[in-house]
Design a binder for this molecule. Structure first.
Ligand code: GLN
Length: 483
C-alpha cells in the first residue's frame, strides 16, 4: 500500500473552507471529537504564509490535506486548552515542531481535538468539554486520551490526526475506533510544543485509516530538533532494523481478554501463520509490574510538569487573592479536574523525601528489568504481537470498567512507553459491531517493519468504516463547492 492511495481527500482542495467547516460541525455533533474547528486557515496555515520549503500546491502525498491536532499540542493561533479549565483561554503562540513539519509538507490544521485533561485517562471522559463518543456506537467511549483525534479520523472527518502517547493514548483509541495508531520510537518525533504530562514516557503519535498516510506523515514529521534535547534523527535506512518480518512472538499466558478481543487475537495469529511467518509464544516475567511501574513514574513526572500551572506562570488567575499562596491554591483547586489532582497528589507522595527509594527509584529499576526482558525478546524475534487493550470500547461512565480497572487495563500499552520502543495499533477486524486493534511492537527504529506487518494483516483484515458515519466528508460535500 502506498501513500498515493490516499485519494478522495484531494476533493477538499476544491471545497470551500466554509462548506467543510459546516460539514465538520454537523458530523461532529454526535461525536464531540473537536474542541475547536477553524478551516479558514486552510488557505494560510496558522495564519501565516507557509514556510519557504513547503512543497508547491498538489505536490507530495500530504499536500492540501486537512489535519486534526490533539489539544495538548501547539498550533499557532489555535487554542491550547489540554481540555482543562486552567488553560481554558490559552492560545498557542507558536507551532509544535511536528505540526510545523506537517504544515511544511502541505497539511492544513483544521481543528483541535478532545482529550482527557492533560492526557490523563483512557476514555476521553475527563474533559471540560464532556466525553467524545465512539463513531461505531455513540453509547461507548472513543478511548483515550487521544479520543477526539481517533474519532475524527474514524468518522471520516479528517484523513490524519496527531495525538500523544504516554501510556497508550494513541494506540488504545485507535484500536477502539478501528484505525491505525503509531507510537513511534521515543525521540523520533520532537516533543517541542507538546504540553508535557510525563516526559520520559511521552511521544507524539499518528492516527489514520490509511497506512500510507501514517508512513508519509512519519517521514515528514520525524527527525532531530534543536528545540528538543531528547530528539533523535532516524538512522540511515541500512542502519535500521531490516523491514522484513519473519519470526514473530505472540504474547502468551493469562491475558484476561474479553471475548471479542480474544477472538481478534486468535484471528491475528491465523493471519500471521497464513502469511508464512514463524509464530512462537512468549511470556513476560515482568508483565505484572507494567502497570504499577508506569503509574508511579507517570504520576511523579506529572506532579513536576504540572507545577507550572499555578495562575502565575501559566493558567487562569483568580481575580482576587489574599496572598500569593492563596492565589496558587485557588488557581489549582478551581483549574484542575479530579483525575489530574489525584495524579499530582500521588506523584508528590512517591517523590517525598524518604519515600523515593520505596516507590520512584524502585519503579525505575523495574523499568530497567522490563527493558532487558524486551531486548531478549527482540534478540530472537522480529516483532512482538500483543493486544492493545483487554476489552473493546467500553460504555460511558464506569458501567463496564471502573476507573481503577481502566488503569489496570493499560498493562499492554505501557510496555512500549517504559521501553521507548515503537508500537503500531493495527485494525484486526470488527466483531459483533465493534472493532478490535492488536499491536505490533518492534526494536528501536523498526517503524517500517511494523508497517510491513500491518500491510500483511490488511490483506486479510482491511480496516472497515463505522456504519453510521462511514462516508468520508469529502465524498459528502463533493468537489467544486464554490471555493
Ligand atoms: N491511560 C494512560 C494514563 O492515563 C495513558 C495516557 C496517555 O498515554 N496519555 O496515564
Amino acid at each position: 500500500m502506498s501513500a498515493s492511495k490516499t485519494t478522495g481527500w484531494h476533493h477538499l482542495l476544491e471545497t470551500s473552507a466554509d462548506d467543510y467547516a459546516e460539514a465538520l460541525r454537523a458530523r461532529d455533533a454526535a461525536i464531540n471529537g473537536f474542541l475547536e474547528i477553524d478551516t479558514d486557515r486552510r488557505r494560510t496555515p496558522g495564519g501565516v504564509s507557509p514556510p519557504d520549503d513547503a512543497p508547491p500546491d498538489g505536490a507530495g502525498p500530504l499536500a492540501g490535506l486537512p489535519l486534526a491536532v490533539k489539544d495538548n499540542i501547539a498550533v499557532r493561533a489555535f487554542q491550547l486548552s489540554c481540555a482543562s479549565r486552567i488553560l481554558a483561554n490559552h492560545v498557542a503562540p507558536y507551532d509544535a515542531t511536528v505540526v510545523a513539519r506537517l504544515v511544511a509538507a502541505g497539511m492544513v490544521p483544521v481543528g483541535k481535538t478532545n482529550l482527557d485533561e492533560f492526557g490523563m485517562g483512557s476514555a476521553t471522559e475527563h474533559s471540560i468539554a464532556g466525553p467524545t463518543n465512539n463513531p461505531w456506537d455513540t453509547d461507548r467511549v472513543a478511548g483515550g486520551s487521544s479520543g477526539g483525534s481517533a474519532a475524527a479520523v474514524a468518522s471520516g472527518m479528517v484523513p490524519l490526526a496527531l495525538g500523544t502517547d504516554t501510556g497508550g493514548s494513541v494506540r488504545q483509541p485507535a484500536a477502539f475506533c478501528g484505525i491505525y495508531g503509531l507510537k513511534p520510537t521515543y525521540g523520533t518525533l520532537s516533543r517541542y510544543g507538546l504540553v508535557a504530562y510525563a516526559s520520559s514516557l511521552e511521544v507524539a503519535g499518528l492516527l489514520s485509516r490509511e497506512l500510507g498516510m501514517v508512513r508519509a506523515a512519519y517521514e515528514a514529521a520525524s527527525g532531530v530538533d534543536s528545540m528538543d534535547q531528547t530528539s533523535v534523527g532516524l538512522p540511515d535506512a541500512q542502519a535500521r532494523p531490516a523491514a522484513a518480518v519473519q519470526r514473530v512472538a505472540f504474547l502468551g499466558g493469562e491475558l484476561g481478554l474479553d471475548e471479542r478481543t480474544a477472538q481478534a487475537y486468535r484471528r491475528m495469529r491465523e493471519v500471521a501463520v497464513g502469511a508464512g511467518l514463524t509464530v512462537e509464544e512468549v511470556e513476560l516475567a515482568t508483565a505484572d509490574a507494567m502497570m504499577p511501574a508506569y503509574y508511579t513514574i507517570a504520576a511523579a513526572e506529572a506532579s513536576a510538569n504540572l507545577a507550572r500551572f499555578n495562575g502565575v506562570r501559566y493558567g487562569e488567575r483568580p481575580i482576587f487573592a489574599e496572598n500569593p499562596e492563596a492565589l496558587v491554591r485557588h488557581a489549582r483547586t478551581e483549574g484542575f479536574g479530579a483525575e489530574v489532582k489525584l495524579r499530582v497528589l500521588l506523584g508528590t507522595y512517591v517523590l517525598r523525601s524518604g519515600f523515593q527509594e520505596q516507590y520512584y527509584q524502585r519503579a525505575q529499576r523495574v523499568r530497567t528489568a522490563i527493558r532487558r526482558e524486551l531486548a531478549s525478546v527482540f534478540a530472537n524475534h522480529d516483532l512482538l504481537i500483543l493486544p492493545v487493550y483487554p476489552t473493546v470500547a467500553f460504555r460511558h461512565g464506569e458501567t463496564d470498567l471502573t476507573a481503577f480497572q481502566q488503569k489496570l487495563a493499560d498493562r499492554f500499552t505501557t510496555l512500549a512507553n517504559l521501553t521507548a520502543l515503537p508500537a503500531l495499533s493495527v485494525p484486526a477486524g470488527v466483531y459483533d459491531g465493534l472493532p478490535v486493534g492488536i499491536q505490533a511492537m518492534g526494536p528501536a527504529f523498526s517503524e517500517e517493519r511494523l508497517m510491513r506487518f500491518a500491510e500483511l494483516v490488511a490483506a486479510e483484515l482491511p480496516p472497515e468504516r463505522p456504519p453510521a458515519y462511514g462516508v468520508p466528508l469529502c465524498d459528502e460535500i463533493g468537489s467544486g463547492g464554490g471555493a
